[in-house]
Write a protein that binds this ligand. Sequence first.
Ligand code: CP
Length: 331
Amino acid sequence: MERQALAGRDFIETIDWSVEEIEEALSLASELKEKFKRGEPHRLLPDKTLFMLFLDKSTRTRNAFEAGMTQLGGHAHYLDAEKTQVAHGDSPKDMGVILSRYGHGIAVRHDLIPYEGNPYMRDIARHAEVPMINLQCDVDHPTQTLADLMTIREHRGQGLKGLRVAVSWAYAPSYAKPLSVPQGLCTLLPRFGMDVVLAHPRGWDLMPEVLKKADRAAAEGGGSISITDDMDAAFEDADVVYPKSWGNLELFRDESAALAASRRYQDWICDARRMSLAKPEALYMHCLPADRGNEVADEVIDGPQSVVYDEAENRLHTGKALMALTMGGPA
Ligand code: CP
């Protein structure tokens, strides 16, 4: 396909893009990764500006997109609610219209409140004349899952049909993490033929409407999604394990109740015993930050099967590809 075909497009959920369009992004990400490693300039977005509005904390996403824009020859502005008038009432329409008049792309993270982030960024996108990139919402974390897909391909090759991926809840006492990573994995990986086994304790269900969408996409892509409340069963014979914590949808507005309820499941940890249930060469994945000693044992996250730093690195290359494809075209 013509790379130009994606100019002006939003990237809010991976499901908004066809498999062919996602392949285009992955292909450009690999190309840019090679150029970055060779020290070859790749200024595909000279003089362009991306506005990044973060309504939650970030290490990887912010730095991947900010550094990525510099490497592409443009500039990324970091905005948050407190230092802008968002806290005083700038509406999604205000942000979409005004930022479109100043620059060439808008990116937003709004992930902490179920059923708010995704409509918020779609509202900005509706009023914007430039592309919108989702840096994590309540529904999806599409720039993360694209990097995850790139990482799986790098370690397991292009053909992923039949690969068994355990996406499991894990215990974490730090905070109620968004559901968007497991939901995004369920929505994306089966479209590339993978069989996702989703494991979580009863009550830690993902959003039912997202799972329905993921099921439909899985059927079209030749993969599948199955659900269990047994972490060991999900790990058995897995090619990839992706255990991470997420919050309880019913208790999201009552974090202390949610964390108290989750304490019953402190044995949902990815340790060496659990890794031994998976295939011997299984990949251990996590989007980070991880709650060490709770979600995962050090021996696993620092062990030979862990690809967490490859995932984190690929946030840069996939992020650059997404910006170049959507924000490309005349300056
Ligand atoms: N994985 C991820 O999105 O990391 P940050 O929250 O640090 O951006």
